[in-house]
Design a protein around this ligand. Structure first.
Ligand code: FPP
Length: 232
């Protein structure tokens, strides 16, 4: 959904390439993830300043639990740190934080922290930052299906979307994947039906405000037909 000035309403990002960024510098992978967190701030600043309403970032997938324990612990630690240190900045900039995904594997402390930061920032009117952590598109769909089965009611496309974790938000206009791979990796499977996809070789820690501005400029040239034809 483009706004009047052609700015996308919702941008979603698969932040890939942290490990390779670190490897190129002979550093442990954790350094790449740490650097990746700085990129989140840079890109969030850029897109919310441009007027984008929703930014959704894929920080940890349901499959990422299969990474080595040390890396999983490191990513959980970065997430915890991000939540602890970023609340004042989110409040100051009017950004509402949502955490999408299952919270079942979080310990009580992390679950409380997530709830608190989401609640404290819930009045943010400038934009919404969705962090997908322990998120999978398939899991999101299966949970919604089960809710309909349990309630004994049939779904339609609208009521189904309202049961997904992104309920109340527009579908992503743009999905970007950094790091050179061309796949969607279980991200926003239902919501991406008509998203414009952009793939860049840039590794996530190197992704810049300039590059996302260029992607938005490309997006603005697109003729989005949503299955229709455009009549002259
Ligand atoms: C993919 O790069 C990146 C991830 C699986 C994690 C992304 C996480 C962050 C940017 C930081 C943590 C997030 C928060 C919100 C604190 P990769 O490791 O698969 O890179 P590679 O393909 O080069 O190995």
């Amino acid at each position: 959904m483009k706004s009047d000035n052609g700015v996308p309403s919702h941008i979603a990002i698969i932040m890939d390439g942290n490990g390779r960024w670190a490897k190129k510098r002979l550093l442990p992978r954790s350094f790449g993830h740490r650097e990746g967190v700085k990129t989140i701030d840079r890109i969030a600043d850029e897109v919310f300043t441009l007027g984008v309403r929703y930014l959704t970032i894929f920080a940890f997938s349901t499959e990422n639990w299969n990474r080595p324990e040390q890396e999983v612990t490191g990513l959980l630690g970065l997430f915890r740190k991000y939540l602890k240190s970023n609340e004042p900045k989110l409040l100051k900039r009017g950004i509402k934080l949502n955490v999408l995904g299952s919270r079942r594997a979080f310990d009580d402390e992390l679950r409380t922290l997530v709830d608190e930061v989401c609640e404290h920032t819930s009045c943010g009117k400038v934009g919404t930052l969705n962090i997908c952590f322990d998120y999978g598109g398939r899991a999101d769909i299966v949970e919604a299906v089960n809710e309909f089965v349990e309630a004994g009611v049939k779904a339609d496309e609208e009521t189904f979307a309202e049961r997904l974790q992104t309920h109340g938000m527009p579908d992503p206009d743009i999905i970007i994947r950094t790091g050179g791979e061309h796949r969607i990796s279980n991200f926003l499977l239902y919501q991406s039906a008509y998203s414009e996809l952009f793939f860049t070789d840039t590794l996530w820690p190197d992704f810049s405000g300039e590059e996302i501005k260029n992607i938005i400029a490309e997006y603005r040239k697109k003729d989005r037909r949503f299955g229709r034809i455009n009549e002259e």
